[in-house]
Design a protein around this ligand. Structure first.
Ligand code: PLP
Length: 382
């Protein structure tokens, strides 16, 4: 499976995926580590934890998590139990692994077997975990998530008040972390950030023995008053723009390139792709690239996306198909736009924070949907 590619200019540390794949996804682990260290320097709390859910935001948990460990990360956040079990196998016994979805009764033994820490999100989860710990005559570690304005995960106010009134509900729990999540951290001027931050400070003060965790990647950049003890950073590590737009301070980690499969010369008017939603009038040249929505290239980029050849922006024309897109290469010199020539699809001069809005989405979604058919090349990480 693992082979070394010679096609890259930088020396890859690992490659995987079919050798004949016409699209290459390069993951720069050195940039990932640099992003972790940069954020750690900015952070005034105790430790920057890494969100490695969804296969480390599409970059590949088996490669990304050890690189982050080498960069100094000892606290990890995953979404669900299965991700936690995989991560424990990858990283061994040392790091703390928190499971954001928390725990249900049937999962308790797996949590214990793999030394995973549930984030308890509601009174039912608290009862299950604390109850099982009581039966075991032991103190079990957990985090507590209190909602301060998302109405998604975490104790709502009434459940939080119940918990404060009935402290024994946590009697068998070693509460390591109290956390909440910012709804609009990516909008630095949104007044709700400060409101959530202030509510959280009061909540955290009720648990002086637990560490407090508020900030995601954007939260670190909002400033020290948002830092508390432990951060939970995702997108920024993988090179996404923490504030969604404007200058992106992070180093690029994800880069997707593909090779032109076929070029069509258009002399007389001709519809392009399914539904002929683009009409080429000619003279024009349309290049077909073997990446489609099954590879995570959003279908919404039909007639809206762009790619780059040799610094020249080329529009995606017509619909995105399952396995193919079509781009108008009329403006590109012919010797750079024949079958086999390389096209930049994401990263570099196709910044994720520019492509994502064109698809009506966010770079989180672009990254996490990156497909399995690419040849994946990992750079650095040593
Ligand atoms: C995913 C997630 C994070 C990481 O957020 P980023 O915006 O990617 O930095 C932090 N906290 C919680 C609860 C999350 O679900």
């Amino acid at each position: 499976m693992t082979s070394v590619s010679s096609a890259q200019s930088e020396t890859p540390s690992h490659s995987s995926g079919p050798d004949h794949a016409a699209a290459t996804l390069t993951i720069n682990l050195d940039a990932l580590m640099a992003n972790y260290k940069w954020l750690s320097k900015k952070f005034t709390g105790r430790h920057v934890g890494a969100a490695v859910k969804a296969n480390a935001y599409g970059t590949g948990q088996p490669f990304a998590a050890p690189a982050l460990f080498k960069a100094g990360c000892r606290i990890y956040f995953v979404a669900v139990l299965g991700e936690g079990i995989e991560l424990r196998e990858i990283l061994g016994p040392e790091p703390e692994i928190y499971v954001l979805a928390g725990v249900n009764k049937s999962e308790i033994s797996e949590f214990r077997a793999h030394n995973l820490i549930p984030v308890l999100n509601h009174l039912g989860q608290i009862e299950d975990w604390s109850g099982a710990a009581t039966s075991d005559n032991a103190l079990w570690s957990a985090a507590l998530h209190v909602d301060t304005g998302m109405a998604r995960l975490g104790l709502p106010d009434d459940e939080f008040q119940t918990l404060l009134a009935e402290h024994n509900r946590l009697s068998s729990v070693d509460l390591k972390l109290v956390m909440t999540h910012l709804a609009s951290g990516d909008e630095p001027d949104n007044p709700n950030n400060l409101i959530q931050r202030n509510s959280f400070q009061e909540i955290a003060a009720r648990f002086p023995d637990a560490e407090a965790s508020l900030a995601n990647g954007a939260g670190i950049l909002l400033g020290p008053e948002y830092h508390f003890d432990v951060a939970r950073v995702g997108l920024a590590l993988y090179g996404g723009n923490p504030f969604g737009s404007g200058p992106n301070p992070m180093s690029e980690v994800v880069h997707l390139k593909a090779k032109i499969l076929q070029v069509r010369k258009i002399d007389s008017p001709q519809g392009v792709g399914y539904g002929a939603t683009h009409r080429a009038t000619g003279p024009a040249r349309i290049a077909t690239i073997p990446v489609g929505y099954a590879d995570g290239y959003p279908r919404s980029l039909g007639n809206r996306g762009f790619a780059v050849i040799d610094g020249i922006r080329i529009p995606v024309v017509g619909r995105v198909s399952m396995d193919l897109i079509t781009v108008d290469v009329t403006d590109v010199p012919e010797h750079l736009s024949i079958p086999g020539c390389e096209v930049n699809l994401l990263g570099g001069d196709v910044p994720s924070d520019e492509l994502a809005p064109a698809a009506d989405t966010v770079d989180y979604e672009l990254f996490t949907r990156l497909g399995r058919r690419f040849k994946r090349t990992y750079i650095g990480g040593a």
